[in-house]
Design a protein around this ligand. Structure first.
Ligand SMILES: Nc1ncnc2c1ncn2[C@@H]1O[C@H](COP(=O)(O)OP(=O)(O)OP(=O)(O)O)[C@@H](O)[C@H]1O
Length: 474
């Protein structure tokens, strides 16, 4: 290896006398993230700081490839640039999804024959640096992803915060938002599907914010939150004195309030049949008549709907109109459950911890075990449950580190149960092995004579035949 730092021979000789464990201890205890890849980008080493920094354990990081694994999520990419430039690259990297930046220092290392052997990466939080080495990227070569990230930065500070509140770093979330961003440019109705708490409402707002309608209203209504007898007047408004108790001034409906903007109907599967008819009529013509009114009004409203029900099934059971179903699902997008995009769990948890730290005027951090547990848990209530869990932990923990003893009940029960199952599995396996060994031993000792073997073991012949079939003649 080269003597980059021109150390004296004496010092180099001294370093060589130190045991491997000494260097490993330093790396493993380093506060900053240190990763090493081979010349093809395959990760050879990742220190434990990776988990705290990215929410990716060293074990997982170890299986990644820095040239391909992040698929443009962290931008600009530094590995290819360091290989090409044959020098250390200091880059300010930004994740496309969370509002997060870090500094990556990528150093290619060569052997005495000048062949690239590995790359060493240090990752630091942005604040520690004032100057950035970004000029290595030729502007013509900018990827779409990078251009979008730039657009996003430009949008910052404006009303449209685009994806700024949508936290995550999974590729699946990135793909979903990328597709919806394109859909946002049109007026085609969007139907968002997915379990409760996955972020459908947040994403509906994202679509609006990315659309040309972003400076007009985004009106959101949950179809289950309004009593059946009021939903029509809420949606389409009413004329003065339309019904007993109605205001003498009449009332504008949400459809009209969202004129030139977007109307988001959550839990669309719950819409009553008579309203479904009227809503379909509105979608077909962009016209409607207020309750008690005679004249129809025209509006220009973009519709986004969402449900956690299986709408196709509701159609089959005649609980949802088929014609309305086809009208609202111009573009259908399923938002994946949190357990299907585990890479999002840690950034979301960090995001909310920061928020609750500010709210409660504290500065707590998660312990590594809590991070691991959150990543392993299945989150049936998705992001909503995660957010609540983080608040609970932020409030209930005493010191500055949130430890396992403060895991919310459902999580603690899940892991207890898992441990219990694991213990059972181990015990059952041991018993099975023990039985197998006995049967194999006796079978061999009695030269395969099952009747004699049964007698020696005090078993019936039927049982002996069954056990021989199970353990020997599978
Ligand atoms: N990617 C995300 N980043 C940050 N917060 C999120 C994310 N996804 C969801 N949330 C938060 O989680 C909570 C639940 O999200 P949301 O209400 O959008 O879910 P939903 O799918 O519409 O749920 P439901 O079907 O029950 O209406 C909200 O507080 C939202 O801000």
């Amino acid at each position: 290896m080269r003597n980059y730092f021109e150390h004296s021979q004496e010092y180099l000789d001294y370093l060589k006398t130190l045991p491997n464990e000494f260097f490993l201890e330093i790396l493993e205890n380093c506060f900053f993230e240190i990763t090493v890849t081979d010349k093809n980008g395959n990760v050879l080493y990742a220190n434990p700081a990776c988990l705290q920094y990215h929410g990716i354990s060293a074990e997982k990081m170890w299986k990644l490839n820095f040239l391909t694994s992040f698929q443009g999520l962290w931008t600009p990419p530094s590995t290819a640039a360091a290989i090409e430039k044959k020098r250390t690259i200091i880059s300010r990297q930004r994740s496309l999804l969370p509002d997060e930046e870090h500094i990556t220092i990528t150093t290619p290392l060569y052997n005495n024959e000048n062949e690239l052997i590995m790359l060493v990466y240090n990752t630091l939080k942005r604040e520690s640096f004032v100057e950035f080495d970004l000029d290595y990227l030729n502007p013509e070569k900018e990827s779409i992803v990078e251009t979008e990230a730039k657009e996003k930065r430009r949008d910052k500070g404006e009303k449209n915060k685009a994806s700024n509140n949508i936290v995550g770093r999974s590729y699946i979330l990135y793909q979903t938002l990328h597709k919806l961003k394109k859909a946002a440019k049109s007026d085609i109705p969007v139907l968002l599907l997915g379990e409760s708490g996955v972020g459908k409402s947040l994403i509906a707002k994202f679509i609006h914010d990315c659309s040309p309608r972003k400076s007009s209203p985004f009106i959101s209504i949950n179809c289950t939150s309004i009593p059946d007898n009021l939903i029509e007047s809420e949606l389409f408004g009413y004329v003065p004195y339309a019904f007993t108790g109605a205001s003498p001034k009449g009332k504008k409906g949400l459809v009209e309030m969202a004129n030139n903007g977007t109307l988001f109907l959550d839990e669309i599967g719950e819409l009553m049949p008579n309203i479904q008819v009227k809503f379909l009529d509105f979608l077909e013509n962009q016209r409607f008549t207020s309750v008690g009114g005679l004249e129809s009004k025209t509006v220009n409203t973009r519709i986004i709907t969402a449900t956690n029900k299986n709408l196709a099934e509701l159609v089959e059971k005649n609980k949802f109109r088929e014609d309305l179903y086809w009208r609202i699902n111009g573009i259908t997008q399923t938002i994946p459950a949190l357990r299907e995009r585990r890479d999002d769990i840690f950034p979301i948890a960090q995001y909310y911890l920061k928020e609750y730290n500010q709210k409660y005027n504290q500065n707590k951090v998660f312990s590594n075990q809590v991070i691991e547990s959150m990543i392993q848990y299945d989150w049936p209530g998705n992001v909503r449950q995660l957010k609540n869990a983080v608040e609970q932990m932020a409030v209930m923990s005493l010191g500055s580190v949130i430890g396992m003893d403060k895991l919310p009940e459902q999580l603690a029960a899940f892991f207890d149960n898992k441990d219990h199952q694991k213990r059972n599995v181990i015990f059952d396996d041991l018993v099975e092995n023990y039985k197998r060994n006995i049967i194999v031993d006796y079978y061999e000792n009695y030269d395969g004579n099952i009747n004699e073997m049964a007698e020696a073991l005090g078993l019936s012949q039927t049982t002996s035949y069954r056990l021989v079939n199970k353990y020997i003649k599978k």
